[in-house]
Design a protein around this ligand. Structure first.
Ligand code: ZN
Length: 265
């Protein structure tokens, strides 16, 4: 499996290209191409799909890369260490180029909230001129994850430092269930953050609150399916990929699209 980031022209957006098919199929990274799949983000277009793209999308969105072709050699993206860090490192090593073009942004003008008491996500008008996030994670009592909250402005620096290294996590019961379903056999406890009542099993945390940081990373990836910058304050309570993507859909119809914001990367 190979993932290759190639430059794209201004306004091209982010497009996955399935280079392994007889004729390469292009799949635009847009919420319009998102199909519902459990625990992962799948995009489908032109009869082909790319799966588990969420941590690639987070890396591109977090670094502010809005024009890129992602050539891949299989439908399923590699899990790597469960974070966005390997992708961020690859993009950083390749170098990013600022294009002489305006960068469209979506301004949230009023409070938009989706979900219920169990889990919700809300977008408010931004006050920082960019995107700020607040994530509340609540795994309830009786486990080592518990409650964690994180607030941060999303810039390429803060993403790289605070979010990108945080890894996918799950409770032991969830991991056992996935194994029983025949999923995740290739993953070992070294590259999967699995929690029992005491803490991570055979692993060490990269941050004390690594779990909520990973939920924020996932949210950055989901929001980047808007295909443009978001000027908003997004607050999430126990939300996941499906609800986050639903918010993007609503914002694209209700928000205020403004061009000429800043240059594209
Ligand atoms: Zn994730």
């Amino acid at each position: 499996m190979r993932v290759e980031f190639r430059p794209a022209a201004a306004d091209a957006g982010v497009t996955f290209v399935r280079g392994d098919l007889a004729r390469p199929v292009r799949i635009r990274a847009s919420v319009a191409n998102r199909v519902e799949a459990p625990r992962r983000t799948t995009l489908r277009s032109g009869g082909a799909s790319v799966e588990m793209v969420e941590h690639i999308m987070a890396a591109l969105g977090g670094l502010g890369v809005d024009n890129c072709e992602v050539w891949v050699s299989a439908a399923e993206m590699p899990g790597l260490d469960g974070s966005s860090l390997p992708y961020v490192d690859a993009l950083t090593a390749a170098g990013l180029v600022e294009l002489n073009a305006v960068r469209p942004a979506l301004f949230v003008r009023e409070v938009t909230r989706l979900g219920n008491e169990e889990s919700w996500v809300e977008a408010r008008p931004g006050t920082s001129g960019g995107l700020t996030l607040k994530f509340h994670l609540d795994y309830g009592p009786g486990n080592a994850i518990g409650r964690q909250t994180l607030s941060l402005p999303v810039t390429s620096d803060s993403f790289r430092r605070e979010l990108a290294p945080s890894r996918t996590f799950m409770l032991k019961a969830e991991a056992d269930w996935l194994l029983a379903q025949g999923l995740g056999r290739r993953a070992s406890l070294k590259d999967l953050l699995v929690f029992d009542a005491e803490g991570p099993i055979d692993n060490e945390l990269r941050f004390r609150d690594e779990c909520v940081r990973h939920k924020a990373l996932d949210l950055v990836g989901d929001l980047s399916l808007a295909g443009c910058d978001l000027v908003a304050h997004v607050i999430a309570y126990r939300s996941g990929h499906r609800l986050n993507a639903e918010l993007v859909r609503v914002l694209l119809t209700e928000g205020d699209m403004v061009g000429g914001f800043k240059r594209s990367a």
